[in-house]
Design a protein around this ligand. Structure first.
Ligand SMILES: [Zn+2]
Length: 122
């Protein structure tokens, strides 16, 4: 075979070019390497996508519950709907949790407003 860098003829079993000293990789090996790398990259993509989808759904659920908690104490008219919006976003990934959050957002808004009125009256 020939060196891929300088084109000097080298022994088939040698690992380095005798002329330029660059590492010699046989075609079969390099093809395998590329195939393995592509395979690993694909695997990584699948894994990271799976994690992202799960993670983002979880974040919306957590945010939704935080907004719901805040809506009971402060600005229910803002944080109630915000919790519902988080529920809508979370619903794409976590259907049950998302639906619960949408309902809880509305409940948080109403309960928060009632509590606000009661605090003002008392
Ligand atoms: Zn060479």
């Amino acid at each position: 075979m020939f060196c891929s860098k300088c084109g000097t003829k080298i022994e088939d079993n040698s690992n380095f070019c005798i002329s330029c000293g660059s590492k010699v990789v046989s075609n079969i090996d390099s093809q395998n390497e590329i195939a393995i790398t592509v395979h690993q990259m694909n695997n990584r993509n699948v894994e990271s996508q799976g994690q992202e989808e799960k993670g983002s759904g979880g974040i919306f659920v957590v945010l939704g519950w935080i907004f719901f908690s805040i809506s009971l104490l402060f600005f229910p008219i803002i944080f109630g709907p915000a919790a519902s919006i988080m529920g809508v976003l979370a619903r794409k990934k976590e259907k049950t949790q998302g639906t619960v959050l949408i309902v809880m957002g509305i409940v948080g808004m109403i309960v928060g407003m009632i509590l606000g009125i009661l605090v003002n009256v008392l």
